[in-house]
Design a protein around this ligand. Structure first.
Ligand SMILES: Nc1ncnc2c1ncn2[C@@H]1O[C@H](COP(=O)(O)OP(=O)(O)OP(=O)(O)O)[C@@H](O)[C@H]1O
Ligand SMILES: [Mg+2]
Length: 300
């Protein structure tokens, strides 16, 4: 059964998208079958993996893309899903096993114009369509914006696990706190729509520190985050096994460069051995391995 995982923090810019894309890529390199669902209307993950030219084409087509899945009788998730999404200039698959449900800018209409049917909310429509493809995957990862509005709700409702990317600062801690509050409210609101196959609603399973600059001591931010996590665990508002990841991801220029190149970091050629490129690739790989191992504890 696929592990369905949302990456979210109420704080923007902490590295949700870059962690998700690079962890997904590490998992695919380990041989896992991975699907990324982009639920951020900024389309960052989609533009990154498709590169601007390819993404522009689907964005300007508009109809038939992700917003259309919410119109009954139009397209469904399996129609818009792109297999082996990372391609070379010549069009060959560079990372077989990494697929994408891409987003286009009109997903924003889900927040404004969409009226839908209260008896069948948008997140139920998405869950039912995802069910048609999920057996093809080991991991399904949802990239969410820093809120729990409708687009995010689709990912969160389908997910079984939540991971919170964070920077070592007070705002990330506030973002995490706010997330747990809003998550509780959304789970209450959507409880009657859950089905038996979904299991329990997704709880926070882990916090991952990202963008750590060299020479910066993160002991105090780690301690503060751990304390907050312990409080939420005691109050049963986070999973019993929820943990602060041992592995952190360092700050490295190549992460920003990878976006411009349209490649996950592990496909960017290191200029020389032992450089920050190699170090940060190793960080992502170790975070991905920690995520794989945590799978044994999710149902504790
Ligand atoms: N480890 C890192 N080293 C260097 N730069 C990083 C690192 N992680 C993320 N960044 C950069 O920080 C910026 C924000 O990252 P990202 O887009 O992943 O955050 P986000 O949480 O998804 O943002 P949003 O809330 O807008 O969705 C990007 O420019 C990204 O390239
Ligand atoms: Mg993002």
């Amino acid at each position: 059964m696929a592990r369905k995982i949302a990456f979210i923090n109420y704080k923007g810019g902490v590295g949700k998208t870059s962690l998700l894309v690079n962890i997904a890529s590490s998992l695919a390199q380990m041989g896992h079958r991975v699907l990324i669902c982009d639920f951020d209307t900024q389309s960052n993950a989609s533009i990154w993996l498709l590169k601007l030219d390819r993404w522009n084409k689907i964005n300007s087509a508009g109809d038939g893309m992700i917003y259309s899945i919410f119109n009954p009788g139009d397209v469904t998730v399996k129609d818009i899903l792109l297999k082996d999404v990372v391609l070379s200039k010549a069009g060959e698959a560079l990372l077989p096993g990494l697929d994408l449900v891409p987003t286009t800018f009109n997903l924003v209409d889900l927040e404004n114009e969409y009226t839908g049917d209260p008896a069948r909310p948008h997140y139920v429509i998405f869950r039912d369509q995802l069910a048609e493809v999920e057996d093809n995957y080991d991991y399904i990862l949802f990239d969410c914006p820093p809120n729990i509005l409708r687009a995010s709700q689709c990912g969160i409702f389908s997910a079984n696990e939540i991971y919170v990317p964070a920077n070592p600062d007070a705002l990330s801690l506030i973002g995490f706190t706010l997330l747990v509050e809003k998550l509780g409210k959304f789970h209450q609101l959507s409880a009657s729509f859950r089905n038996a196959a979904q299991g329990v609603a997704a709880r926070v399973q882990g916090i991952i520190f990202n963008s750590i600059k060299s020479g910066v001591d993160i002991d105090v931010p780690r301690m503060r985050m751990q304390l907050r996590l312990n409080q939420f665990r005691s109050a049963k508002r986070a999973a019993p096994a929820a943990k602060l990841f041992q592995q952190i991801v360092r700050d490295a220029m190549v992460v920003r460069r990878a976006v411009t190149l349209g490649l996950p970091v592990n496909l960017v050629k290191a200029s020389t051995a032992g450089t920050e490129e190699e170090t940060v690739v190793d960080d992502y790989r170790k975070v991905a391995m920690e995520l794989v191992r945590h799978g044994d504890r999710v149902n504790d």
